[in-house]
Design a protein around this ligand. Structure first.
Ligand SMILES: [Zn+2]
Length: 286
């Protein structure tokens, strides 16, 4: 028979061992928590809201935010979208307050060469053009988006609006250099705590990104939800290949995000008022 004092020591040891084992399991099971920042590198003034929110008053205009999202943690500096910088876009669009996306990211504290990954939500010029500004980054794009816009989209005149030939060539160059990864469809956790989702149909296979943070899941919707107004009014984005799919994607974002506040639209300047300012043009999202 065991002495009572010895028995209590054994019991105490068991309690500690159990608690330690549980803590270890929790640590193994939990995902890394990232910090998320929205970085505004330009604005496009007088943009018609009716081109963003289906059914909006055509007279309404908005200075839209041009944004990249920086996700830091787990030894990585991930960018979601890469902005634009090539000269042709400044001839077509009135651009204000421009800073090259790589410079804007550097001002926020991360050098271009320190970016480890760039997740491209879709191939439109204002999201994909900067993908070659980050020399050490792996580029992530949906497989169907890459395949379509490097191929069949150019066989007919109306199926590549918003896609710039230079960006197609840049993507192909990154692929043949071994630096591009194709995300194969929906709900793909490409990096621990970073998951890509499809369904918004802003382009052929646009994606949005769920990021695990200390506040739970943040959804970076990009242009699958242009403005908060899309979600608030249950209005699809004005530019989608499939309206129903877009509304379903927005509904799903509500399920995925820790709270509706943490669904971040692609071009809404209100993002930079709703969240705490880190420096000019940079807010922290959580
Ligand atoms: Zn856009």
């Amino acid at each position: 028979m065991i002495h009572p004092r010895k028995a209590s020591a054994v019991l105490l040891f068991c309690v500690f061992a159990f608690a330690f084992a549980r803590a270890q399991t929790a640590a193994q099971g939990s995902k890394p928590a990232y910090e998320v920042f929205a970085i505004r590198y330009a604005s496009i003034p007088d943009f018609p809201v009716s081109a963003l929110v289906a059914g909006a008053d055509p007279a309404r205009k908005l200075s839209i935010a041009m944004t990249v999202w920086l996700v830091r943690g787990n030894g990585r500096n991930i960018l979601v979208d890469s902005g634009f910088y090539r000269p042709q876009f400044f001839k077509t669009w009135k651009v204000e307050g421009f800073m090259k996306p790589s410079d804007a990211v550097a001002q926020a504290g991360v050098k271009p060469e320190e970016i480890t990954d760039v997740i491209i939500t879709h191939m439109h010029w204002d999201h994909a053009d900067g993908m070659d500004l980050f020399p050490n980054a792996r580029i992530w794009v949906q497989k169907d988006e890459y395949t379509y816009y490097t191929g069949p989209a150019w066989q007919t005149p109306l199926t590549h609006g918003g896609i710039d030939p230079d960006d197609v060539l840049a993507a192909v160059k990154l692929n043949v250099a071994g630096r591009l990864s194709m995300v194969n469809g929906d709900s793909q956790e490409i990096i621990p705590g970073i998951t890509c989702y499809t369904g918004g149909k802003h382009t052929y296979q646009s994606q949005y990104v769920g990021v695990n943070t200390r506040a739970g899941t943040v959804v970076l919707a990009s242009d699958n939800m242009y403005l908060y107004e899309n979600l608030e009014k249950y209005a699809p984005i004005a530019q989608t290949l499939d309206t129903d799919s877009n509304l379903r994607a927005q509904e799903r974002m509500k399920q995925l995000a820790a709270s509706p506040r943490l669904i971040i639209p692609g071009h809404d300047p209100a993002v930079f008022e709703k969240f705490p300012k880190v420096r000019e043009g940079v807010v922290r999202i959580d």
